[in-house]
Design a binder for this molecule. Structure first.
Ligand SMILES: C[S@@+](CC[C@H](N)C(=O)[O-])C[C@H]1O[C@@H](n2cnc3c(N)ncnc32)[C@H](O)[C@@H]1O
Length: 200
């Protein structure tokens, strides 16, 4: 994956991003719609990024709206959607519109190297079951597939779970990792993460 420029969408404070990983890049262009994200990100990673001479460029605003221009300006960058694609579910759009937007994003990203960590499902789970270790897979993993059902079973998921509509976000055949995140007692998120090279 490219290591010169990183474009981060939904960066927030970069809670889930290891500072050494960010420090590999010569420049980071971070987007978040929340005005509090920039100071928190700087507080968390700023000093280390200065040490590694990584130029941090902050953009407070809608990272999805900015994508078109950003892709034209930075075709060689690595694009990372940082736990944001699964949140489109909450933007007030109906389900088909969210699915359409996610398909559009996948198409839009075809010419660049990109990746995402996103929610697949979230909901109540048995407080008695220990969450499973991360598992490898290949996108897309259909909810009704035996592998997905087994994974949800291992998480102790209790129906109904919320589907974040991200099953088809990553291109078919992308290697992914499935992780169970202990969001709060008795409530877990199934996170999926994966990345793919530019389709040249
Ligand atoms: C679930 S949080 C993830 C935050 C962070 N990446 C993390 O892992 O802790 C989703 C983030 O996406 C941001 N966000 C939501 N819609 C956005 C948009 N249209 N453009 C940029 N950021 C957005 C939110 O403000 C929030 O900080």
């Amino acid at each position: 994956m490219p290591r010169q420029e990183l474009v981060l969408i939904g960066a927030s404070a970069g809670w889930m991003l290891p500072t050494p990983w960010l420090s590999q890049f010569e420049a980071v262009h971070a987007w978040d719609i929340d005005p509090l994200a920039a100071p928190l990100f700087r507080w968390r990673h700023g000093q280390a990024l200065q040490k590694s001479a990584t130029h941090l460029h902050w953009h407070t605003g809608d990272g999805f709206a900015a994508l078109k221009t950003c892709l034209l300006e930075r075709p060689e960058a690595f694009y990372w959607f940082d736990n944001v694609l699964g949140q489109l579910r909450f933007t007030g759009q109906d389900v088909p519109s969210v699915e359409q937007q996610l398909r559009r994003i996948q198409k839009q990203m075809r010419s660049v190297a990109w990746g995402s960590v996103h929610d697949r499902m979230s909901g109540p789970c048995s407080p008695l079951s220990a969450l499973p270790l991360a598992q490898q897979g290949v996108a897309p993993m259909a909810i009704e597939s035996p592998q997905a059902q087994n994974w949800l079973h291992e998480m102790g998921a209790i129906s109904p779970c919320l589907d974040h509509l991200t099953e088809h976000v990553l291109p078919q055949g992308t290697q992914v990792q499935h992780t169970a995140w202990d969001f709060k007692p008795g409530y877990a998120h199934w996170l999926e993460m994966g990345w793919c090279p530019a389709n040249t």
